[in-house]
Design a protein around this ligand. Structure first.
Ligand code: NAD
Length: 505
């Protein structure tokens, strides 16, 4: 461990706890390339300590009535709002997204916390009166106990809040394993939750890598794991959780297509695509990375409009209010994007704008890549089949609506897809027929609102319950169904008298 930078600890039993493993990961300032902190990596024993704390605290929290739990969440929401600027700057300093974009990250998480304040209503069960003569049937939803969330670097506030809020509102205790790339905001969220009145032990944060993740997966007291990250890890977590008997929902990578019909307003489309493809340096699971114009004329016009817009993007320090996007999260992430640009060139795609050569106003050691635009990409190209997760948009041309529709439907990933058209029938056909989980109609990034659910299909999502909305409550609770019969009490005593008021005699 380097002694010159701060060390980011864990949060267990309601307070910050130093790591004991002696293992640390570097946390960078992506805008300068410098190490700004180190984060402790938890051992199996440290994860176990968090679970023990959670296990002790959980029963009393589950007995606390849902209205009171909702009040704690409401206070939590209010404290996050009070601390929005500080949280956004902290988030931006480790992730590299601009401060306004960091506020959006926090805001989309807050909306799910707000949704979870409706927990008294959300937990109401079902009731059937007189299912058989004198028999009533009702169901209730109960918490699972101790549950966990493992989250990615790209939304260090939003995705932890998507997991924490429904889980604790439902009466569970929670173990969060955030990304080791940007762990500070999740830690601050845990502190704010305690300030809001959450009992110690109900929300624990263990920082770490595969060791901590495996400890979570093999801990017998953890009943469910919610994961978001890349597809190979999502699949690993889903399979391992199944082997260890845990409920799991695991969301993976993406390759989101936007189909552009000839009747669309191409100026508007180009603006939407530039925001959706390059915002947050393309490090969004709902970023549009593939544009599919239908017909040669649409494609030629679209490229002509897009090219100057991509070249005009301003890339620089995330604190600079003038920039469109900041650096990538790490040098490794930057190298990966540069490698894919070369792969695209080698595969024969047309490099319309080369992000390796674009202007960047920022520290030369920062992890910046300027906007890249490819044309004439083919289905068999690796740059089309694989997730790049950077500021690169590719155009794959289609001759007809049917050909365009087949592309996202046949792709391994199935997170989101969008269509731009003025024709209602085409849009309706698109929404009904396409094989992906989230659809945008003239909306480039169709992230559903908090009270609907969020989830991709195919290799973008393993498990059948989505994130946020009603599914999130279902995921973090189990149903109990009661079948009850109450025969009429015989209130006649041995002497044949009827008691008006029964007594204990
Ligand atoms: P990642 O898979 O590298 O890491 C995600 C989490 O898994 C982190 O907490 C990390 O510590 C842990 N992890 C990493 N390697 C592991 C291993 N070998 N064993 C066990 N755990 C491991 O993902 P990332 O780079 O942090 O995030 C970017 C990815 O997340 C992209 O693929 C993006 O598309 C995806 N993502 C998907 C969604 C969605 O909703 N589908 C949302 C956001 C991000």
């Amino acid at each position: 461990m380097s002694s010159s930078v701060p060390v980011i600890p864990h949060f267990i039993g309601g307070r910050r706890v130093e790591g004991t493993s002696g293992n640390y990961a570097d946390v960078f300032d992506p805008s300068t390339g410098q190490v700004q902190a180190q984060v402790a990596l938890a051992t199996t024993e440290e994860v176990r300590a968090a679970v023990e704390n959670a296990k002790v605290a959980q029963p009393a929290w589950a007995r606390t009535n849902p209205q009171k739990r909702a009040r704690v969440l409401a206070k939590f929401v209010s404290l996050i709002n009070d601390n929005m600027q500080e949280l956004a700057e902290l988030l931006s300093s480790e992730h590299g997204k601009t401060v306004p974009d960091a506020k959006g990250d926090i805001q989309r998480g807050l909306e799910v916390a707000e949704f979870a304040t409706g927990i008294p209503h959300l937990l109401k069960g079902e009731y059937t009166d007189n299912a058989g003569t004198g028999i009533d049937v009702y169901s209730m939803r109960q918490p699972l106990g101790v549950v966990a969330g493992i989250t990615p670097f790209n939304f260090p506030a939003m995705i932890p809040l998507w997991k924490i809020s429904p889980a604790i509102a439902s009466g569970n205790a929670f173990i969060l394993k955030p990304s080791e790339r940007d762990p500070s905001v999740p830690l601050r969220l845990a502190e704010l939750a305690i300030e809001a009145g959450l009992p110690a032990g109900i929300l624990n944060v263990v920082n770490g890598d595969k060791v901590a993740v495996d400890a979570i997966l093999h801990d017998e007291d953890i009943r469910a794991v919610g994961f978001v990250g890349s597809t190979p890890i999502a699949q690993y977590i889903y399979e391992t959780a199944a082997q260890t008997g845990k409920r799991a929902q695991c969301f993976g990578g993406a390759k989101n297509h936007a189909i552009i019909m000839p009747d669309a307003d191409l100026e508007e489309v180009a603006d939407a695509l530039v925001g959706a493809a390059y915002g947050s340096a393309g490090e969004r699971c709902m970023a549009i990375s593939v544009a599919v114009p239908v017909g040669k004329e649409t494609a030629d016009r679209l490229i002509a409009i897009l090219k100057p817009k991509v070249e005009a993007l301003k890339i620089g320090a995330p604190t600079d209010p003038q920039v469109d996007y900041g650096p990538l999260v790490t040098q490794a992430a930057k190298d990966r994007v540069l490698e894919y640009i070369q792969i695209g060139v080698d595969e024969g795609a047309t490099l319309v704008v080369d992000g390796r050569e674009g202007d960047v106003v920022g520290d030369p050691n920062g992890f910046y890549v300027a906007g890249t635009l490819f044309d004439d990409v083919q289905k068999h190209h690796r740059i089309y089949q694989e997730e790049i997760f950077g500021p690169a948009l590719m155009v794959i041309r289609a001759d007809s609506f049917e050909d365009a529709l087949a592309l996202p439907s046949e792709h391994d990933y199935g997170n989101g897809a969008a269509i731009f058209t003025r024709d209602g029938h085409t849009a309706r056909e698109f929404a009904r027929l396409i094989d992906t989980g989230m659809i945008g109609i003239n909306i480039p990034i169709p992230v559903p609102i908090a009270y609907h659910t969020f989830g991709g299909w195919k290799k973008s999502g393993f498990g059948d319950l989505n994130q946020h909305g009603p599914d999130s409550i279902r995921f973090y609770t189990k149903t109990k169904t009661v079948t009850a019969r109450w025969p009429k009490a015989d209130l006649t005593d041995a002497a044949g008298n009827h008691f008006v008021i029964p007594t204990m005699d």
